[in-house]
Design a protein around this ligand. Structure first.
Ligand SMILES: C[S@@+](CC[C@H](N)C(=O)[O-])C[C@H]1O[C@@H](n2cnc3c(N)ncnc32)[C@H](O)[C@@H]1O
Length: 255
C-alpha cells in the first residue's frame, strides 16, 4: 500500500502516530474542529463516523436500562447520563463539523453519520445545509434492546449522504437493514462493532483509498479499515479513548 506521507494531495501537518507499510493509518489526539483544518480540501474518499450527541434531555435517569452504562458499578445512577452525557466529550454541534466533512471529501463520495431517533432530523437537516444530498437511511438492528414504555429500542440509524453526483455502492444488493450484533462488553459506551463499520467502508471505498473518522472513539472504523486495506485517518479528543484506539489499530492481529 502506498505511503500517504509522500502523496502531495494529503498534507497533514502533525507527525503520524502510526505508520504501516501495508496500510497507512494516522490517528490524532485533539478536537476535530482544529485537526480537520490540516486536511486539504477534496482529499478524502469516504467518511464513516459515530458522532457525539446527548442521550437524554436531562431529568431523571430511566431505571432498568441494560448494558450497564446507565448505572455505576455500585448501582447508583450515572450522573453523566443525567446530564445527557454517557462520555465526557459531547458538546460539539453537528452544524460546527459537518461543513468541514463536506470540504475534505472528494466529489462523488459517501458520508455515513450514525445517530439515534432523537437526532435523526438534526443530522439530516445539518448535513443537507452543509451541502450533502441524503442518499438513504440505513437501520442498524443491534440484536439487543433498551427498554422504554414507547417500544423497546433495538435499532439505531445511519444516515447515508453523498457529495456531488450519485455513486453506486460496491456491493449492490446490500440491504438497508443491517443485522449486526451489538457489543455486550464495551470499553467505550458507544463502541460500535467493527463488522458494522466494515459494511459501510467496503461499500463506499476501494482498497488503498482514504477513510476518515473524526470521532473515532476506540477506533472501530480504523480497525475495519486495516482489515480491508483502506488507509485511515482518525481523530479523538479524549486521551483515554485515543490511547486504546492507537493500540487497537496498531495491533497486527485482526480485532
Ligand atoms: C459516539 S463516540 C464514538 C465511538 C466509536 N464509534 C467507537 O466504536 O469507539 C464519539 C467520540 O467522539 C469523541 N469526541 C467528542 N467531541 C470531539 C471533538 N470535538 N473532536 C474529536 N473527538 C470528539 C468522544 O470523546 C467520543 O469518544
Amino acid at each position: 500500500m502506498k505511503d500517504l506521507k509522500n502523496t502531495p494531495e494529503l498534507e497533514v501537518s502533525m507527525n503520524p502516530a502510526i505508520t504501516y507499510s501495508e496500510c497507512y493509518v494516522q490517528v490524532f489526539l485533539g478536537d476535530c474542529l482544529e485537526q480537520l483544518k490540516n486536511i486539504k480540501s477534496e482529499t478524502i474518499d469516504c467518511v464513516a463516523t459515530d458522532p457525539p450527541y446527548k442521550v437524554t434531555s436531562g431529568g431523571n435517569v430511566p431505571t432498568g436500562f441494560i448494558n450497564g452504562h446507565w448505572r455505576l458499578k455500585n448501582g447508583q445512577a450515572n450522573p453523566q447520563a443525567k446530564s445527557g452525557k454517557i462520555f465526557k466529550e459531547n458538546e460539539i454541534k453537528f452544524s460546527e463539523w459537518m461543513p468541514e466533512i463536506y470540504r475534505v471529501l472528494k466529489e462523488r463520495t459517501h458520508f455515513y453519520c450514525m445517530t439515534n431517533d432523537l437526532h435523526l432530523k438534526t443530522v439530516i437537516d445539518e448535513g443537507t445545509k452543509a451541502g450533502f444530498k441524503q442518499q438513504n437511511i440505513l437501520v442498524w438492528a443491534k440484536g439487543m434492546h433498551t427498554p422504554t414504555q414507547y417500544y423497546f429500542k433495538n435499532i439505531e440509524f445511519i444516515v447515508m449522504f453523498r457529495k456531488g453526483n450519485a455513486k453506486y455502492i460496491n456491493n449492490i444488493g446490500t440491504m438497508a437493514l443491517l443485522n449486526v450484533k451489538g457489543l455486550r462488553n464495551k470499553i467505550h459506551p458507544s463502541e460500535k462493532p467493527t463488522e458494522l463499520m466494515k459494511i459501510l467502508i467496503e461499500n463506499s471505498s476501494k482498497e488503498n483509498e482514504i477513510v476518515l473518522d473524526p470521532f473515532m472513539g476506540l477506533g472501530s472504523t480504523g480497525v475495519a479499515c486495516k482489515n480491508t486495506n483502506r488507509n485511515f485517518i482518525g481523530i479523538e479528543k479524549d486521551e483515554k479513548y485515543f490511547k486504546i484506539a492507537e493500540q487497537r489499530i496498531n495491533a497486527r492481529t485482526l480485532l
